[in-house]
Design a protein around this ligand. Structure first.
Ligand SMILES: N[C@@H](CCC(=O)N[C@@H](CS)C(=O)NCC(=O)O)C(=O)O
Length: 201
């Protein structure tokens, strides 16, 4: 398997899942401006949508969209229990978190990095994001993980989006449970390995 990624971007959630899964994988960085990969390939020939993450599976099939990639990685490493049994109510709760993070956290956060986004737009997105993070703070509680006692792929996704807040000038002080969750995931050896591999350590 090969993950196409950009250091510290949303693809880091997939990278964390791969590292935690114990599966064999490679990574290749993508320049999202030129759409060239590290080895000089036109990234749009791999993912015509032009964005990361993209995961090339061992049979050559290409999977895109972070949520799909995370669930696939969890399914490929059942012994690691990074997702509950498919179809169970707990599995649906995991999907609920993943969709919430993708649409209610990732997008309003990620769009603020767009240099074309006007100041008013950024302020409106910050208001939405703050409200959603208030919800996540209350629902996570002392967790320790989004799914309660079990670590899941949703934790890697929340960790990744939360890591952007400082760069967006968002004060995280109102969310002590989210901070504790962030520190918990950051302390994991797999996270440290991913930071090193992405040049973030
Ligand atoms: N719907 C996609 C969105 C992924 C996404 O927003 N990727 C960003 C980086 S975090 C990207 O590659 N942006 C460059 C672009 O859209 O050209 C997913 O959930 O995986």
């Amino acid at each position: 398997m090969k993950l196409y990624y950009k250091a510290g971007a949303c693809s880091m959630a997939s990278h964390l899942a791969l590292e935690e899964s114990g599966l064999i994988y490679a990574i290749e960085a993508v320049d999202l401006v030129s759409k060239k990969t590290e080895s000089g390939i036109d990234f749009q020939s791999i993912n015509p949508k032009g964005y990361i993450p993209a995961l090339v599976l061992d049979d050559g099939a290409v999977l895109t969209e972070g949520v799909a990639i995370l669930l696939r990685i969890a399914a490929l490493a059942p012994d690691k229990e990074l997702a509950p049994a498919m179809g169970s109510i707990n599995y649906m709760s995991l999907v609920e978190w993943l969709v919430f993070i993708a649409t209610e956290l990732h997008k309003p956060a990620g769009m603020q990095f767009n240099p074309a986004m006007p100041a008013d737009g950024k302020t409106a997105l910050k208001t939405i994001l703050t409200r959603r993070l208030d919800y996540a703070e209350k629902t996570l509680g002392t967790g320790p993980f989004l799914m309660g006692k079990s670590l899941s792929v949703a934790d890697f996704y929340l960790f990744t989006v939360f890591s952007w807040l400082g760069r967006l000038g968002i004060d995280t002080g109102a969310w002590p449970h989210l901070i504790a969750h962030f520190e918990r995931i950051k302390a994991r050896p797999a996270t440290q390995a991913v930071f090193l591999a992405e040049g973030l350590a």
